[in-house]
Design a protein around this ligand. Sequence first.
Ligand SMILES: NC(=O)c1ccc[n+]([C@@H]2O[C@H](COP(=O)([O-])OP(=O)(O)OC[C@H]3O[C@@H](n4cnc5c(N)ncnc54)[C@H](OP(=O)(O)O)[C@@H]3O)[C@@H](O)[C@H]2O)c1
Length: 263
Amino acid sequence: MTAYTLITGASSGIGLALAAAFAARGDALLLVARRGEVLEQIAGRLRACHKVDVQTRICDLAEAAQLDRLCDDLARGTPEIGTLVNNAGFATSGAFVDNAWHEERELIEVNVTALARLCHVVGRRMAAAGRGQILNVSSISGMMPGPWMANYAAAKAYVLSLSEGLREELAPRGVKVSVLCPGTTRSPFFARAGIDLDKLEKEALVMTPQDVARITVAALERDTAIIVPRWYNKILAITPRLGPRWLLRRVVGALYKGVARTA
Ligand SMILES: NC(=O)c1ccc[n+]([C@@H]2O[C@H](COP(=O)([O-])OP(=O)(O)OC[C@H]3O[C@@H](n4cnc5c(N)ncnc54)[C@H](OP(=O)(O)O)[C@@H]3O)[C@@H](O)[C@H]2O)c1
């Protein structure tokens, strides 16, 4: 039976680039996002280019009923998932208490609840089969506090911690778990968060989703636990260990406050 690579948030940015990279290595794909027409166009291109089976599934991961239906199907093994990529996510910016609660709640539902639920349902089947691979997408932001992007940074810290925990729990049961922590990557992510990317980061330090995906797929083949693409992001990833926490909060807060939608 074909085991599919399920990628959430495959309609743009890093998820789309990961879909292309997994198709290039011959994986059958199940692409999940809200925009069905966009997914269908992507699926058509990947089938034509790589001669692989590509299925699509419209699912708003913030809608409990839609997530339930997807998880019920996956619990029955329709289809069987060999690799799970929890990539869908978005950020809010600005002061948490001034932002609309429904947006902050949606952030938790997509970035945290749906990711955990998919790890649970798919991870359980993988553990029973004694094989499988899970990749969760966190962020460098998950390694440090993030004033003015507080809920996003907290959600990504959860993803990093959950992934490391699951890695140890599932390794003896034949399931590999990795977490991707990208730095700034050019995608529609910043427009949705109301952040001007050109103000946030120097162009030379902004990665393309294609480079992130290429490095990630190679790292997964080596079963890397925490994937941080590029040397300058690796340096950022160790900065929380170098100085006091109060200084880190001030520095990161000043950076995010300067670019946030409502500061
Ligand atoms: N870009 C960066 O600098 C950066 C850095 C570190 C980490 N990341 C993480 O990388 C991941 C991908 O981000 P990206 O930069 O590629 O952003 P993106 O281009 O905005 O892509 C986000 C994807 O998530 C999907 N999505 C959003 N809300 C959804 C929902 N309610 N239900 C289902 N799918 C939903 C979107 O699809 P639809 O709109 O079609 O639903 C889209 O495919 C995210 O987890 C993000 O936090 C990004």
